[in-house]
Design a protein around this ligand. Structure first.
Ligand SMILES: Cc1cc2nc3c(=O)[nH]c(=O)nc-3n(C[C@H](O)[C@H](O)[C@H](O)COP(=O)(O)OP(=O)(O)OC[C@H]3O[C@@H](n4cnc5c(N)ncnc54)[C@H](O)[C@@H]3O)c2cc1C
Length: 375
């Protein structure tokens, strides 16, 4: 059976699920995407993207929209807590010689760009609904939905994120998400003209800023928090300002004084999950955070989820039998996704221990080189 004759269900309309819909529709498959959130919302923080993500955007056909609405720039500036720049990490131009090696955008903006592309290619998007059961036989999968519908598919893709119900149903013995001992703060602020790309300051914590548009940037800080306890949102501005108190750098102090209740502060305990292979059972396959949710130390979680979609579509186009294509997909994806999750966790551990700066630098360099390889 050719891909054009296949009926495919995608469960979850996050970055990974939408990317899968776009790639599979381009190849002619009939695609339903079911998203549990009736508003198909994305929360208001910035997201940093490396060259590999921009390369995947080019494949998806959304690179121009990203360059118009987000911000692209080369390199990562590394500064001391009192301000002087001590290094600039290179970011290879993977999306082409004319496209900078990284960038950032607001999550809702990226979600809208992907949602528009998902609909434009003719995906049947079903919002505010989800599956209730999946029954497989050798030829396909019968799926029932919360609105009472029942449909048959050649392939079901679980892209429903870290707390995936598809994973729970398919692999009840799979590992559960694990708290990493760190939490991440993000805020959206007006962008001073001198902030043109990613800039980070090396101190007890490592704050960074990255422009998300011509007018705004986002601030990110990862903090050691041994216990995953609730933090009252009313305290967010004060706590975020406290984290920046030890940084005399004039730009950071200016940023610190501009933080207030309107800064769209998001506080998120960091959890990770790496599900061992197999990532598929019969005609159901899991992609994205569902099987490899990473902490953000390499800013590559969205990247590997979107790449999953690209590789899955390539393997389905290449291979006649769905189970063979799913095995080929896993074989191509495992090492890269394992590397991102485990190296990110190790970077977090080194930060928590106040450990070896050389190991930290080596892991960063090796990971960035690995991410630059073709997928
Ligand atoms: C603090 C933090 C910072 C990060 N920063 C970066 C960064 O800078 N760069 C980067 O590349 N990555 C970053 N990441 C990682 C990135 O956000 C994720 O890897 C990415 O969003 C995963 O996308 P996904 O589509 O696989 O899953 P999700 O985004 O979780 O999407 C899952 C979708 O499925 C839907 N859903 C859930 N359950 C069901 C169901 N039962 N039925 C139907 N639909 C369902 C959800 O509503 C959602 O729309 C960060 C992560 C964190 C936690």
């Amino acid at each position: 059976m050719t891909l054009a004759q296949r009926r495919i269900l995608i469960i979850g309309g996050g970055f990974s699920g939408m990317a899968a819909a776009i790639e599979l529709r381009k190849l002619g498959a009939e695609v339903d995407l079911v998203e549990i959130d009736p508003g198909w919302r994305s929360y208001g923080a910035g997201i940093s993207l490396g060259g590999a993500t921009l390369r995947a955007f080019r494949t998806l056909g959304i690179l121009d929209a990203f360059l118009r609405e987000g911000n692209a720039a080369d390199g990562v500036k590394i500064c001391l807590p009192h301000g002087p720049q001590v290094a600039e990490l290179p970011t290879p131009r993977l999306a082409g010689p004319d496209v900078p090696g990284g960038g950032a955008i607001m999550r809702p903006t990226l979600a809208r760009i992907l949602a528009d592309a998902t609909r434009a290619v003719g995906t049947n998007v079903m919002l505010g609904s989800t599956f209730t059961s999946i029954a497989q036989d050798a030829e396909g999968a019968d799926v029932t939905f919360t609105d009472g519908q029942r449909r048959r598919y050649d392939l079901v893709i679980g892209a429903d994120g870290l707390y995936s119900k598809t994973r729970e149903v398919l692999f009840p013995e799979a590992p559960k998400p694990r708290y990493s001992g760190q939490a991440c703060w993000r805020a959206v602020l007006p962008r001073p003209p001198e902030v043109t790309g990613t800039t980070m300051w090396m101190g007890r914590v490592k704050p960074g800023v990255n422009p998300v548009s011509k007018t705004h940037m986002y601030l990110f800080i990862t903090e050691h928090r041994p216990n995953n306890e609730h933090v009252d949102p009313a305290r967010f501005p004060t706590m975020l300002r406290e984290l920046l108190a030890d940084f005399p750098a004039p730009m950071l102090q200016q940023i610190r004084s501009s933080i207030n209740e309107d800064s769209q502060i998001v506080f998120r305990p960091l959890e990770a999950l790496l599900m061992p292979r197999p990532w598929s059972k019969g005609r159901v396959v899991l992609i994205g955070d569902t099987v490899h949710a990473t902490t953000p130390h390499l800013a590559s979680g969205a990247c590997i989820g979107i790449e999953d979609a690209v590789v899955l579509a390539e393997e389905l186009a290449r291979t006649a039998e769905v189970p063979d294509a799913l095995r080929a997909f896993e074989n191509r994806r495992w090492e890269r996704c394992r590397m991102v999750v485990q190296n990110s966790l190790r970077l977090g551990e080194i930060e928590i221990e106040g450990g070896d700066k050389e190991e930290h630098g080596r892991i960063m360099r090796e990971s960035l080189m690995a991410l630059a390889q073709p997928i």
